[in-house]
Ligand binder design. Structure first.
Ligand code: SF4
Length: 326
């Protein structure tokens, strides 16, 4: 299915993913909806435990047991991924959706040469001959910034630096020319200089290949530099969606304001950081009403009763907060 620039490539509608434990059911992702358009980088931001990674794993249908997607639809290139067979989903993963995770060492197989690991995905999802696979793998190594692809092809993961390993994972992720790449904290394990190189590589690949990207991070600096739109998650919920430029100028949700106030933005202009009071609640002990209410500086009586719905504030702007009720 051909999706035009700016149209929905991925659309989540009311997705709920729960962990079924012996004595309780924990909703790790609760009623999450958002869409990613062709050609954009959508940033998913939140603290650890907010549900970002489980959302990504739900899209890939890779949530680990005892977790399960229990509700909602995940449309990708016009098909609801929740209805695909295991075999159909395997074809989507790797071929149509590429993945880049935060710890390249654990995602690469230490006993195989990196060239063979790139070739493996091509052999699983294309009809290329062995020679074509090798040539394509060398081309991919070049594309992700290796000057001597032949030398790199025969190396093992332990012979590469963290940044180089991440480049290999990116080569694997884009090998079959997917329309969507999911990058989950792709630079967390890297130093600042390497982080910058990997981020600009990802940005170039998205624009060069006309791909879309779901970029998961807790780092707002990264979203400000790369993102088109942003979604903020808190306690398994999406609490704000906004256009990146508007978000950084005027965040909507009090939690978003707290996140922005807790970050240093300019070197040499450090302002006193204001930490958000309290701690992220455990998913097994969520408060009533708005899940942010015990920490919210603008809490009202209504906030402690019913959980707020998503209110539409403007074009591409939604917020789950009673301050925006008409
Ligand atoms: Fe704060 Fe109430 Fe808005 Fe929740 S709904 S963020 S408690 S003002």
């Amino acid at each position: 299915m051909v999706i035009q620039e700016g149209h929905d490539l991925l659309k989540l509608e009311g997705v709920r993913t729960s962990f079924f434990l012996d004595s309780s059911v924990i909703r790790a992702v609760d009623n999450v909806s958002f869409d990613i358009r062709k050609g954009e980088i959508f940033g998913l931001v939140g603290e650890s435990g907010s549900g970002k990674t489980i959302t990504a794993l739900s899209i890939m249908r890779l949530v680990p047991p005892p977790a399960k997607i229990v509700e909602g639809k995940i449309f990708f290139e016009g098909r609801d991924l929740t209805l695909l067979t295991v075999k159909e989903m395997e074809n989507v993963r790797g071929a149509r959706i590429g993945m880049v995770f935060q710890e390249p060492m654990s995602s690469l197989n230490p006993v195989f040469r990196v060239g063979d690991q790139i070739g493996e995905i091509l052999s699983a999802h294309t009809n290329l001959s062995n020679k074509e696979i090798r040539n394509k793998s060398l081309e991919l190594l070049k594309q992700v910034g290796f000057d001597e692809p032949d030398r790199r092809y025969v190396q093992y993961p332990h012979q590469l630096s963290g940044g180089q390993r991440q480049r290999i994972l990116i080569a694997i992720a884009i090998a079959c020319n997917p329309s969507l790449v999911i990058a989950d904290e792709p630079t967390t394990a890297l130093d600042v200089a390497t982080e910058g190189q990997i981020l600009s590589l990802l940005q170039d690949l998205v624009s060069g290949h006309r791909m879309s990207m779901l970029l998961i991070t807790h780092n707002l600096h990264i979203i400000r530099g790369l993102g088109t739109r942003v979604g903020i998650m808190y306690a398994g919920r999406m609490v704000e969606q906004n256009v990146v430029a508007d978000f950084f100028q005027k965040p909507l949700h009090p939690y978003s304001t707290g996140l922005l106030d807790s970050v240093v933005w300019l070197k040499g202009h450090e302002k006193r950081l204001k930490a958000i009071p309290g701690a992220v609640p455990r998913l097994s002990e969520l408060p009533s009403g708005c899940k942010f209410h015990p920490r919210c500086p603008r809490v009202m009586a209504i906030c402690k009763g019913e959980e707020p719905p998503m209110f539409t504030v403007g074009d591409d702007q939604w917020v789950k907060c009673y301050l925006y009720r008409n």
